[in-house]
Structure formats: structure tokens, C-alpha cells
Design a protein around this ligand. Structure first.
Ligand code: ASP
Length: 590
């Protein structure tokens, strides 16, 4: 960091003083991190953003400063000057970058005093989330939080530098806008000047970035705030930040290559070396092997298809499932599991929609210990054990069901039985997505990405068979980002709207501006967006995205620091023409 301009508070950063500075007489400023009194000497660890520096107050050399230092309390704000001296042998602290020196204080000033903080800043005791967020400015004083903020800055700065070098323009798009469907509810803002009309906060800049391609921007990016009003799921935030990108005249390979190099550069900030090109895996293959389109492949355990092994089996559960278009799939859980664990896993499988779970323990040769062993032939048991790679003592879990159910259930069981902490990093692309999935409840097709994704396949045929030109990036089991090549022809866009049950009139009403823009010469284009909060949290080794956001909200969407959301006053509501129905808050599901 550039040395601060000397003023009455400081002329050096506390955390940057080293052995080379011995003999110099700096002035430093910051917070009292910790105070220790030792046989007449007083030691203070002074903290600024750059780190800690030990100040020492000697009664005989600076009696006044020593006396005043005796009254200092944690988190008081002080400025101190004196001489940098080498620490005595045996008192060097190798854990601290400034640990070889200390500042022998001759004068200091108390700039502001601090009440006793509700939790200690100098310790990593677990503190409740509510309290941390209520006093976020204190929480952010902690070393780990400070480091995460700095990392976030470095990530964003590297992104900006890299993309600028590659010719991308950073363009801001509106926050007060119209709905962009990304599958969540909109946050609405009433318009005072157009009574009865509402702005929506963007769920993403999707439509604007596409319009920018039609405007000739060629390469766009934005560190964009997005808003999605979802029922609060663990570790979701109502507002979050995306790295949003779009490129014109591109195909999948162009976007993927651009992103590969960007990821390589950003992850290198944490010493993570990516070998390019990143692997690409088809959606169907992931669903088959991991039961998820964003698996943590480092867990090892994989799902295998056993349909061919059990086709025509005497065991009716397997044969029946296969006859009715289903599959038999299973996985090998390493090591022995007690009987009670199998019962738990069976319960778990049922709760996920499976009709049941077949479990077995592989014994030597081709035999299994299992409630269903008596229905299975030796060849079947040997064949399945071989496909699953089972050794004696291994537990086998098998599901016979429709492919979707089998994938979901085994995907979950896979996580439940995997043991050990995965190591290293696994970053890869998922490609070849289906365009839609069927929403049972609503009785309609839902896009796996969004309705502006370019479909492939027979667009006059069954939408269930359409594929899309979408791609996601997965990192250690998290979806880091996703995007697609877009539709650039109005007639294709209309077909997708039709498949989604969006009628002509509704399409014109909601997306008329896009359909119109598509008629004025829209280049082929595509892009992607990444969740920056998650990205930084992963790089920082933090388990919650809240740790990567300076001022996040709780799981119920509340900011305990400012008290947002809060009721509006009568006058504001009157001006907006908005009436509030009494009835309190609406719970999950609205
Ligand atoms: N707008 C999409 C999203 O927010 C990303 C994209 O397709 O570029 O998920």
C-alpha cells in the first residue's frame, strides 16, 4: 500500500514496519487490539488495515505516555509515535510480519474511546450470526473478514483488468427496470410519478446485455447487482453480485475459451493452478454418474448403471422397473455400514421419492448379504459387484426407478455415504443441457436456463427433446456460473415463448422491446454470468457467502444493523398511492 500522506495521525502503516525500519521514528494510528501489562512495561498491539504492530510503553523513558497507556482499553483509537527498535531475543514473534520489531512509544494521543464490544475482536470465538451482523462494523475488524474483503477486491480488480485487456467494455445497466425472468419473484418499486406502475429490480442484466450486443458493443461485462425475491434458502441473499458478460459473433467455444483464461488468472490469486482447456462433461453423463449437474466429483463415489445386469431378472422389483421404462442404478459405499445405517438410508431414499432402496453387503465370491439376495442369481450379483467395483465388506445401494428419480436419489445417497474431506480443486464445464424440464406442479415446461437460450433439435417437435446451447462452470460441487448462446432470430424466440405457454399477446406485452430489437439486425451472441459472492467465498475457504459480502442479510432477508426492511411512513405511502393491508408478514411461499 502506498505510504500515507504524513498528517497529525500517521505517516506509516503499522503492519508494514520491518527490521529495515529500525532506528526510524514513525507515527502510526489504529485500534488497540490487545493490551498486556508486564512488570512495569505496557504492551499494546496496534491494529490498522495492514496488520498489527507491538507498541511498548516504558515508565522511565516516557512516564506520561506510560501512565495514559495504562488506561487504554480494547478498540480504543490511538495515534502513537516513537522509535522502531529490534525486539529483545526471545520476544520475537515469527507469526507476525512485524514480529521482529516494536515501537518504543514516546508520545501518543487517544483519538476516540470504545465501549466494551459485544464480542472480542482479537479472538476467533464463534459468535452468533445475528450478533455479528448487528455489529458488522466490528465483525469486519476481524482479521479473517478483513482478508476476505481484500480478496474480493483483488478478484474484482483482476477480472476488470483481464477483461479490459481483452477488449470488453464495462457498461452499467438499470436497477429500476422491467422484469427479467430468471425464475424468481421480482422486487417491485412503486413509481410515484406513474401511479399504479412499478419498476422491477433486475434479477439479472440479461436483456440489457443482449440489447448491448444488438447495439454493437461487441464485448460487455459488468460487476452487476442482481435481486431475486426467493423464499430464503440457506445461503441465498436477496441481492447478490454477478460478473455478467456477453460477446457478439461467438459460438460456445469462444465463450468457454475466454472464461477458461479468466478463471485461470483469477484462481491463480490463491495459488490454484488450472490446466486449460477445462474439461467439458455432458449434462446426461453427470446426471448418470453423480445424479447432479453440479457434482463434487472429488468425493470419488460414482453411480453405475446396472440395468443391463438385471434385465429379465427373477427379482420382480428390478425386472418390473426396467419393463416400465425405468432403470436400475447403484453405488458402492466404501467400508462397512451397520444395519441401522441401511434403515436410515432407506428412509432417506423414500423421502426423496424412491419406492425403496435395495442394500447389500458384498461378501467374498459372488454372494451378497442382503434381504433380497435370495431373489438374485449368482451371475447377477457377480455382474453388479463387478460393475460397482465392490470388494468384500463394501456396502452396495441400489435403486430401481424412473431415470429422474434414480438420479436424484442416488445423487443424494452419494453425498450421504461419501467420507473424508475432498482435497484439491475440481473445475469443469457442463454442456449439452436439455432446454426444458417438466414442472409437475404447474403442468408446464420450465427452461433449465432462461427463455433467451438458443435451443437445438427439432423445434417443430416435442420441446421435451430440445437441447440447449447452454454451459455451466462447476467448482467443487458449486455452480460458479452459467450462460448460453442466445437466440438472435425473432421467430425462434417466439417458438420458445410458445413452448413455455407464453402467448403472443403476453410476449408482446412483456418482451416486445426484445422481439422488436431482434428484428433490427441482431448478431449471433452469447455470454455467461458468475456469482461473485460464492466465487470469493470459495477462494477464501469460507463456507457461507455472507462472509464474502460486507453487509449481508440474514437468512430471513433482514439486515439487523440498519433494521431493513422497515415500514414506510404514511406520507411516503400516500405519495406513492400504496395501501398496506394489515396482516403481518407472509411466511415461506408468500
Ligand atoms: N442471466 C443468466 C443468469 O443470471 C446468466 C446468463 O445466461 O448469462 O443466470
Amino acid at each position: 500500500m502506498r505510504t500515507p500522506r504524513p498528517n497529525r495521525y500517521r505517516d506509516r502503516w503499522a503492519g508494514e514496519l520491518r527490521k529495515d525500519d529500525v532506528g526510524s521514528t514513525p507515527r502510526v494510528a489504529g485500534w488497540v487490539h490487545r493490551r498486556r501489562d508486564h512488570g512495569g512495561l505496557i504492551f499494546i498491539d496496534l491494529r490498522d488495515r495492514t496488520g498489527l504492530l507491538q507498541l511498548v510503553f516504558r515508565p522511565e523513558e516516557a512516564p506520561e505516555a506510560h501512565k495514559a497507556a495504562g488506561r487504554l482499553r480494547a478498540e480504543d483509537v490511538v495515534s502513537a509515535s516513537g522509535k522502531i527498535v529490534e525486539r529483545e531475543e526471545g520476544t520475537v514473534n515469527p507469526a507476525l510480519p512485524t514480529g521482529e520489531v516494536e515501537l518504543a512509544v514516546d508520545s501518543f494521543e487517544l483519538l476516540a474511546d470504545a465501549e466494551t464490544p459485544p464480542f472480542q475482536i482479537d479472538e476467533d470465538e464463534p459468535v452468533g450470526e445475528e450478533l455479528r451482523l448487528r455489529y458488522r462494523y466490528l465483525d469486519l475488524r476481524k482479521e479473517g473478514m478483513r482478508d476476505t474483503l481484500i480478496l474480493r477486491h483483488d478478484v474484482v480488480r483482476t477480472i476488470r483488468e483481464h477483461l479490459s485487456d481483452e477488449g470488453f467494455l464495462e457498461v452499467e445497466t438499470p436497477i429500476l427496470t422491467r422484469s427479467t425472468p430468471e425464475g424468481a419473484r421480482d422486487y417491485l418499486v412503486p413509481s410515484r410519478l406513474q401511479r399504479g406502475s412499478w419498476y422491477a429490480l433486475p434479477q439479472s442484466p440479461q436483456l440489457f446485455k443482449q440489447l448491448l450486443m444488438m447495439a454493437g458493443a461487441e464485448r460487455y461485462f459488468q460487476i452487476a447487482r442482481c435481486f431475486r425475491d426467493e423464499d430464503f434458502r440457506a445461503d441465498r441473499q436477496p441481492e447478490f453480485t454477478q460478473l455478467d458478460m456477453e460477446l457478439a459473433f461467438v459460438e460456445e467455444d469462444d465463450v468457454i475459451d475466454t472464461v477458461d483464461r479468466l478463471l485461470q488468472r483469477v484462481l491463480a490469486l490463491r495459488g490454484i493452478e488450472l490446466r486449460l482447456p477445462l474439461e467439458r462433461v455432458a449434462y446426461d453423463e453427470l446426471m448418470l454418474r453423480y445424479g447432479s449437474d453440479r457434482p463434487d466429483r472429488r468425493l470419488g463415489v460414482e453411480i453405475e448403471d446396472l440395468t443391463d445386469v438385471f434385465r429379465g431378472s427373477d427379482f420382480k422389483v428390478f425386472a418390473g422397473a426396467i419393463e416400465s421404462g425405468g432403470v436400475v442404478r447403484g453405488l458402492r459405499a466404501p467400508g462397512e455400514l451397520p444395519r441401522s445405517r441401511f434403515d436410515q438410508l432407506t428412509e432417506h431414499a423414500r423421502s426423496l421419492g424412491a419406492k425403496g432402496l435395495v442394500w447389500a453387503v458384498a461378501e467374498s465370491g459372488s454372494s451378497w448379504r442382503s434381504p433380497v439376495a435370495k431373489f438374485l442369481s449368482d451371475e447377477e450379483m457377480a455382474g453388479a459387484a463387478e460393475t460397482l467395483g465392490a470388494s468384500t465388506g463394501d456396502a452396495l445401494l441400489i435403486v430401481a426407478d424412473q431415470p429422474g428419480v434414480a438420479a436424484k436419489v442416488l445423487g443424494d445417497l452419494r453425498l450421504a455415504v461419501a467420507d473424508g474431506k475432498p482435497e484439491g480443486d475440481d473445475v469443469f464445464w457442463v454442456t449439452d443441457f436439455p432446454m426444458f424440464e417438466w414442472d409437475e406442479e404447474e403442468g408446464r415446461w420450465d427452461p433449465l436456463h432462461h427463455p433467451f437460450t438458443s435451443p437445438t433439435g427439432d423445434l417443430d417437435g416435442d420441446p421435451g427433446a430440445w437441447r440447449s446451447r447452454a454451459y455451466d462452470v462447476v467448482w467443487n460441487g458449486w455452480e460458479l456460473g452459467g450462460g448460453s448462446i442466445r437466440i438472435n432470430r425473432p421467430e425462434v424466440q417466439e417458438k420458445v415463448f410458445q413452448a413455455l405457454g407464453i402467448g403472443e399477446e403476453e410476449a408482446r406485452e412483456r418482451f416486445g422491446f426484445l422481439l422488436e430489437a431482434l428484428r433490427y439486425g441482431a448478431p449471433p451472441h452469447g455470454g455467461i454470468a458468475f456469482g461473485i459472492d460464492r466465487w470469493v467465498a470459495l477462494m477464501a475457504g469460507r463456507s457461507s457467502i455472507r462472509d464474502a459480502i460486507a453487509f449481508p442479510k440474514t437468512a430471513s432477508g433482514v439486515d439487523p444493523l440498519t433494521g431493513a426492511p422497515a415500514p414506510a411512513n404514511e406520507r411516503q405511502l400516500r405519495e406513492l398511492g400504496v395501501k398496506v393491508e394489515p396482516g403481518g408478514t407472509s411466511g415461506p411461499g408468500g
